[in-house]
Design a protein around this ligand. Structure first.
Ligand SMILES: Nc1ncnc2c1ncn2[C@@H]1O[C@H](COP(=O)(O)OP(=O)(O)O)[C@@H](O)[C@H]1O
Ligand code: SF4
Ligand SMILES: [Mg+2]
Length: 338
């Protein structure tokens, strides 16, 4: 059976000035199944939003292929492409920017409902459906919210309206790009719980994009986490495995900085130091492994000379690191030989 969405060796570059192009996404491959949760984590500027936009059909790749339900999106008829664009909805970081300040909540929801779903456009049907959607995203009593403007809502409530709007077109897949990072810390978890409940109730697949590994861990515990570094996916695994047995040196560093609920465990945690504290930049990606100038596990010539390719060492887990991949190959050869 084909995946819901698949990116195969996708790269995307941007011209940043007359002479300079940057590779925001490089050789990025990922497939996501119906109903699955995947989280992409990585520091700011590593290409997460670019990946999310390509997955949602908002941005074309410079090279590589994107498949939706097994069909290459670059070869779709405009009708099928339209269905794909409705099927994959992106929720952005800033709900205030993505909502029209001059429209009430009902009007924000009514526009896509009338366009795509209720073709007869009967006002009472649209209002009923808008009401249901607000209940679904837990903006209750819905009646109190339908006629409000975005500025009359809190950040968390606005984000719930954005989520409700993305659901107007009954998508199969939500791409939530830093969807809770602009709301108060105190209501982040409640928004994440709403997203998880919607996922269960509607059988949605969710790609959750964040710079915060703690949020990734919470949200994707039943799914997979992928770690990005300078435009590349450097590790992907089921969440529990990635958290309990990280393979890539960069993942280990992110985890070593993760605060634990129990302060005793935080104190006992080994802090891993970087080889260099220089801030990485897409304007000057180091040769070989892009992480090599900072990597505490730096293994010499091979790391400087050759880009490590994301390699699956089990059915579900992959890593892009020369010595780690070598160790897995040796372990596999050993187990076959014995
Ligand atoms: N439209 C664009 N034009 C030029 N550069 C862009 C554009 N979109 C993103 N970039 C650059 O691509 C890199 C990755 O950006 P982005 O995908 O937004 O990263 P993230 O979401 O991980 O912070 C950044 O250096 C960013 O400045
Ligand atoms: S390939 Fe080398 S430099 Fe890159 S992460 Fe692995 S050990 Fe570090
Ligand atoms: Mg981003």
């Amino acid at each position: 059976m084909s995946s819901l969405i698949e990116l195969s060796h996708v790269s995307r570059s941007f011209q940043v000035n007359r002479n300079v192009r940057i590779n925001a996404l490089d050789d990025f491959s990922l497939s996501i199944d119906e109903g699955e949760i995947v989280c992409i984590v990585g520091e700011s500027g590593c290409g997460k939003t670019t990946a999310g936009k390509i997955i949602s059909g908002l941005l074309n790749p410079s090279s590589g292929q994107v498949f939706y339900r097994g069909q290459d999106i670059s070869k779709m008829s405009s009708e099928v492409f339209h269905q794909y664009r409705l099927g994959v909805q992106m929720i952005h970081q800033d709900p205030y920017a993505s909502l029209n300040p001059a429209r009430t909540v009902l009007q924000q929801l009514a526009a896509p409902l009338s366009r795509h779903i209720i073709t007869s456009g009967k006002a009472s049907l649209v209002r009923d459906r808008a009401f249901e959607l607000l209940e679904l995203v837990e903006l209750t009593p819905a009646q109190d919210f339908l006629d409000k403007y975005p500025h009359q809502l809190s950040g968390g409530q606005r984000q719930r309206v954005s989520i409700a709007r993305s659901l107007t077109v009954t998508p199969s897949f939500i791409v939530a790009d830093e969807a809770v990072s602009m709301v108060d810390v105190s209501i982040r978890i409640s928004l994440l719980k709403t997203l998880l409940r919607l996922k269960e109730k509607m059988g949605l697949a969710v790609l959750f994009i964040t710079h915060d590994l703690a949020l990734a861990k919470y949200f994707a515990w039943e799914g997979r986490i992928g770690v990005m570094y300078l435009g590349r996916l450097v590790e992907i695994s089921p969440a529990r495995q990635l958290i309990e047995a990280p393979q890539h040196p960069y993942t280990k560093i992110l985890l070593s900085a993760l605060p634990e609920a129990d302060p005793k465990i935080t104190r006992q945690k080994q802090h891993i130091a970087l080889r260099s504290t220089d801030i990485p930049s897409l304007l000057s990606i180091p040769p070989g492994c892009p992480f090599h100038p900072r990597c505490p596990a730096f293994a010499g010539e091979i790391c400087q000379g050759k880009i490590p390719i994301l390699t699956y060492y089990s059915e579900t887990s992959a890593v892009a690191c020369h010595p780690v991949t070598q160790a897995h190959s040796l372990a596999k050869a050993g187990s076959i030989g014995s």
